[in-house]
Design a protein around this ligand. Structure first.
Ligand code: EPU
Length: 340
């Protein structure tokens, strides 16, 4: 089958915010060998491009005057195993949570804390997804990608990916340069449980478990996420809209002078992370609505589309939230979602 390039495609069903934006051109890539063909077309037509997976971390504030390359590569392959580990190669278009469930069924440990994160496997290294005490960096083995400009295929090792808190080389110096086709994982046969995150421990207590397993952890995480984070199928959103800022200890001390209860997590000797959700809530934004969008009532880090919001409306709301947090706490929040 030849590739089908469609014109003027509404991206509404392809982004979890549920925002309408018209893509100039759109192509679905469901065979690895088709990537080069699509890239050749891109170079010939000299238009911009956007690689889209599950569309769970993007806000469209305008139409997309570009060719959208939708990653629909599927397949989970066990490459090899030894006494301790299994090595798995996953196509980038696989749904992240389906992959987590596949791991749990096979008793492959390492991603259970990352249950129910929306989006595709290919997007997971881009922003080093993380939740409940575990980050992608602890299970990533390599990333296979095709260079958008040259069609060269390249494998990035874990260290090549330069993963940080919601960061990677693909969001920084290599931004827009690669089409990720596969992600390699190194998972554990003998689980190492991460249950230090308070909410998980509480949830597991409620479950009255005899022998802890990765399935229980996944169930606990699913319960926590479902109780706090809106389901994008019901209420458009892109998860955390902002990053939790890392600040100097002196900044924390200054805040503590008038707010003893402010939560914080040490990053190193001199810096701490302060939850943006806390500051947004205490700046008065939690549950507030602005036209067709608002700040989620249960988790202030999440902006939601109540239906019919434009990306511009949501962007304007985010700016208002950032201004108020800056005025109250002197801290500049950074958006976590990609804005187009
Ligand atoms: N908090 C508030 N009000 C709020 C939200 C949070 O006071 O409206 C306080 C909580 O009481 C708690 C602290 O902030 O003391 C942290 O809250 P929570 O555990 O909900 O986590 P978070 O820091 O708000 C981060 C990630 C989430 C991830 C959770 C759990 C970022 C940007 N977000 O949120 O990731 O699920 O930790 O690990 O780091 C995502 O990236 O889309 C995402 C949902």
């Amino acid at each position: 089958m030849k590739l089908q390039f469609e014109k003027n495609v509404d991206l509404l069903p392809h982004n979890t915010f549920g925002i309408s934006a018209i893509a100039k051109e759109f192509v679905r890539i469901d065979k690895s060998a088709h990537v080069e063909e699509a890239l050749e077309y891109l170079r010939k037509t000299k238009i911009n491009h956007l690689v889209l997976g599950g569309g769970s971390n993007i806000l469209f504030t305008q139409n997309v005057d570009a060719l959208v390359l939708q990653n629909r590569l599927f397949g989970i392959e066990l490459e090899k195993e030894d006494d301790m580990h299994v090595y798995v190669r996953v196509a980038a278009g696989e749904n992240w949570h389906n992959f987590v469930l596949h791991c749990i069924r096979n008793k492959w440990a390492g991603v259970e804390n990352l249950s129910l994160i929306p989006g595709c496997v290919g997007a997971s290294p881009m922003q080093n997804i993380g939740a409940y005490g575990v980050e992608m960096s602890s299970v990533l083995n390599y990333v296979e990608a095709v260079n958008i400009h040259t069609s060269e295929r390249h494998t990035f090792s874990l260290s090549d990916c330069e993963l940080g808190y919601r960061e990677s080389i693909f969001k920084r110096k290599e931004k827009g340069n690669w089409f990720i086709t596969h992600v390699g994982f190194k998972l554990n046969k003998r689980p190492v449980f991460h249950i230090e995150y308070g909410a998980i421990a509480d949830e597991l207590d409620k479950m009255e478990i005899d022998t802890l397993s990765i399935k229980h952890i996944s169930q606990a995480v699913i319960a926590i996420r479902s109780s706090k984070l809106p389901d994008p199928k019901i209420l458009g959103n892109a998860g955390s809209f902002f990053k939790n800022p890392t600040v100097d200890l002196s900044v924390l001390r200054a805040i503590q002078e008038h707010d003893e209860k402010v939560p914080f997590y040490p990053v190193d000797e001199n810096t701490v992370k302060i939850p943006a959700g806390y500051m947004i809530e205490h700046a008065g934004w939690k549950g507030k609505r602005a036209g067709n969008c608002g700040v989620h009532e249960k988790q202030a880090l999440v902006l939601v589309n109540y239906g019919g919001a434009t990306g511009h409306e949501i962007f304007t709301l985010s700016t208002a939230v950032m201004t108020d947090v800056k005025n109250k706490y002197g801290i500049e929040l950074e958006r976590e979602v990609n804005v187009w």
